[in-house]
Design a protein around this ligand. Structure first.
Ligand code: 4AD
Ligand code: MG
Length: 477
């Protein structure tokens, strides 16, 4: 008999019909009640076993973690926990699970423990809810751009250029690491490497996306990006997924409006489509917050935060205004910031971003017009000569979720900036070509997908919203 998903059974509610379900045992109580989960929904299906009908030694093999195919009749439930249940007529034991060794027991496990069991943690309610929300968000991302007529572009993963100019890249090489060929001056001869040059995993698909926007108009990439920055925080991964739209003829205001519309739109979709998972995560979030000291607790619940973002305009504030606010802020005056804000031009730390969003404005904030010294080479220089048309979107509990800008479309200005930043223009010949042949004003941004999932699920560590996190000293699985 073909298996029916538990989510479908829930939706159709055909009482008295016979179904086959296949899944994993969450619990088996009193040799009578199997809670079966198949991943299609948060809910387990309660399967009621008539003990007289099955052999005792057979039933003993049904333990938490085992996989089963069950045939039975759907009936209204007598119990209080669920509206319906299945009266079991057949059980096929697909795979046993040693109850002494199976680590995912029906009790609360710490996130740290589950990270070490990342290959099995998807069988918990929390991780399955998070990953269903992640999947729904991913779909909503494509839907948003496709409906707007953007084209999806697959930008390369292996690249010869450092898009962000931050030098935090993972090298890709097939040279023998213990005996690489050398140039006469002793440096490694990358011309003998696989690609005949030094190559790395990409930190961003932006530069290549820009080339496509200069022919297709509006495009987006949604791919993996890699950063070898040694940031052991709850917001950083060495491998993460980024959504990068790039649009010809957009200025910075158009860019900000698109980003805002994009975030609200995907959140609204997920609110509709993941109601049950989000209700569960909302409850989980509330419990986690309760366990924190009063001062550290979030002022809003998870669903409240998501709804707030979809219903309110983001506050647009220039970097210069933000610095004034921070300089005069209580924590700055009382020396509570780890990095004091004393002069215009400093880079904002996450403590400053969170102060602006969580304490001062109490809503998502778009900061724009940053000092050129703290931003990438490709951002458009403003008339003041000091700032560039950058924008970062800051979110409560997350800090920076989006980084973007209007791009420098003027060849001479861009060349000058590349020189100032000691970047080799030869590496960017193709990027500069865009400014030689039919240059146009254009803009784009990058949204860190895991930071969006983090916000939407209310999880507290980015390692728990991606199946297999890659972080310094950790690439298990
Ligand atoms: O601000 P970033 O570095 O911008 C870019 O890479 C641009 N090329 C984007 C563009 O304009 N097309 O990164 C963009 C976003 C950040 O706002 C953050 O959400 C996320 O990517 N991000 C990370 N997420 C997880 N782990 C990390 N190590 C991240 N670094 C950046
Ligand atoms: Mg950034």
């Amino acid at each position: 008999m073909k298996a029916t998903k538990i989510s479908e059974i829930e939706q159709q509610l055909k009482i008295n019909a016979t179904f086959c379900v296949k899944g994993w045992v969450r619990t088996f109580r009193a040799q009578r009640f199997i809670a079966l989960n198949d991943g299609s929904t948060l809910d387990n299906l309660q399967c009621v076993v008539d003990m007289d009908q099955f052999d005792d030694t057979f039933l003993k093999q049904i333990t938490t973690g085992a996989s089963l195919a069950i045939v039975g009749k759907l009936v209204a439930s007598q119990g209080s926990g669920q509206k319906f249940e299945m009266q079991v007529t057949e059980i096929e034991l697909l795979g046993v699970s040693d109850p002494e060794k199976y680590p995912i027991q029906p009790k609360k496990h710490s996130m740290e423990f589950l990270r070490e069991k990342a290959h099995l943690r998807i069988r918990t309610s929390t991780f399955s809810a998070v990953m269903r929300v992640r999947s729904a968000l991913s779909f909503a991302v494509h839907e948003f751009f496709q409906e707007k007529g953007f084209y999806h572009v697959h930008t390369p993963i292996i690249t010869g250029s450092d898009a962000e100019g931050a030098g935090e890249m993972f090298r890709v090489s097939t040279l023998n690491p213990s005996n690489p060929p050398k140039n006469e001056d002793g440096t490694i001869a990358y011309k003998e490497d696989f690609f005949g040059k030094e190559t790395n995993l990409t930190v961003s698909g932006q530069l290549e996306a820009e080339t496509y926007a200069m022919g297709l108009g509006e495009v987006y990439t949604f791919g993996p990006t890699f950063r070898a920055e040694n940031s052991n925080t709850t917001r950083h991964l060495a491998e993460f997924w980024m959504i990068e739209p790039e649009m010809a003829f957009y200025d910075l205001d158009d860019n900000m409006s698109l980003a805002e519309d994009f975030i609200s739109s995907v959140l609204k979709k997920v609110l509709q489509r993941c109601e049950k998972d989000l209700a569960f995560l909302d409850d989980r979030f509330a419990k986690e917050e309760q366990a924190k000291p009063q001062l550290e607790r979030s002022e809003m619940g998870l669903l409240e935060k998501i709804n707030f973002v979809t219903q309110n305009k983001f506050k647009r504030v220039s970097y210069t205004e933000a610095i004034d606010i921070l300089k005069n802020s209580k924590p700055n005056k009382k020396k509570k910031f780890k990095y004091p804000v004393d002069e215009w031009g400093v880079d904002l730390q996450s403590e400053h971003e969170r102060f602006l969003v969580e304490k001062h404005f109490k809503c998502p904030v778009i900061l724009y017009d940053y000092p050129s010294g703290i931003k990438a080479f490709y951002m458009r220089r403003n008339e003041d000569g000091k700032t560039v048309r950058a924008m970062d979107i800051l979110f409560p509990g997350i800090g920076e979720i989006v980084g973007g800008s209007q791009r420098e479309e003027r060849l001479d200005v861009l060349e000058k900036r590349i020189e100032e930043m000691h970047i080799d223009p030869k590496e960017l010949w193709w990027y500069l070509d865009l400014r030689r042949f039919g240059t146009v004003p254009h803009s784009g941004f990058g949204l860190g997908f895991e930071r969006l999932v983090l916000f939407t699920t209310g999880m507290s560590n980015i390692r728990d919203v991606i199946p297999y996190p890659r972080t310094p000293q950790n690439a298990e699985f």
